[in-house]
Design a binder for this molecule. Sequence first.
Ligand SMILES: Nc1ncnc2c1ncn2[C@@H]1O[C@H](COP(=O)(O)OP(=O)(O)OP(=O)(O)O)[C@@H](O)[C@H]1O
Length: 227
Amino acid sequence: MIRVDSVSKTFTLHNQGGASIRVMDRATFDVGAGECVALVGDSGAGKSTLMRMIYGNYLAASGSIMVGDTDVARAEPRDILALRRTTLGYVSQFLRVVPRVATLDVVAEPLLAIGTPREAAIARARDLLTRLNIPQPLWALSPTTFSGGEQQRVNIARGFAHTFPAMLLDEPTASLDAANRETVLCLIEEAKSRGAAIIGIFHDQPARDRVADREVDVSAFTPRKAA
Ligand SMILES: Nc1ncnc2c1ncn2[C@@H]1O[C@H](COP(=O)(O)OP(=O)(O)OP(=O)(O)O)[C@@H](O)[C@H]1O
């Protein structure tokens, strides 16, 4: 489902005399349907950079990143946006809050965007908000004023609303309490059992041990170490 092949990356620091830093050299791995792969490696090894390249936020200098039939390393921006709507989900720790949109609609939006009938989308949003312990009186409010933890849980609910065939998870359990952490681990397990291919960064080692089938050590693709 996801195949990263010989992906390299160099950052050019335009504000520092155009200095360039090679941060990734020929990263290669794949993730099958129903599988969860954890990216591991020291701080600065390039885990986030690799994930951002797979999501299409950072452009890979060379190589290919196949997600389904789309090569993210070469795709047009509109194709990447279509991929993100239908195929590739991304759950980070942080919600990008849209002012004045009710929490229920924030969570249902990814489903509405792919044409799910409103009633079904809202039902799924209610179910996820309930599972993630967001109190019902808050559902009609914008999450702008919610606590950090509440915003994180709304973001997770939104990220899991659509049953994406491929998902990227960036520290999905960070700073959650035990009950909500358990819910997120169950959501990940459910996604795997319906066949989603998942790539995650988990500093939470017990969480990683539970949901990840394999680890990919990104340090192996860090140029200074590979040299
Ligand atoms: N936008 C950027 N511009 C320049 N350099 C960057 C940029 N993003 C990341 N880097 C560099 O790329 C390298 C890899 O960083 P990255 O954040 O991917 O590491 P990481 O493995 O996710 O680390 P951590 O576990 O600390 O989050 C680092 O040396 C970092 O300084």
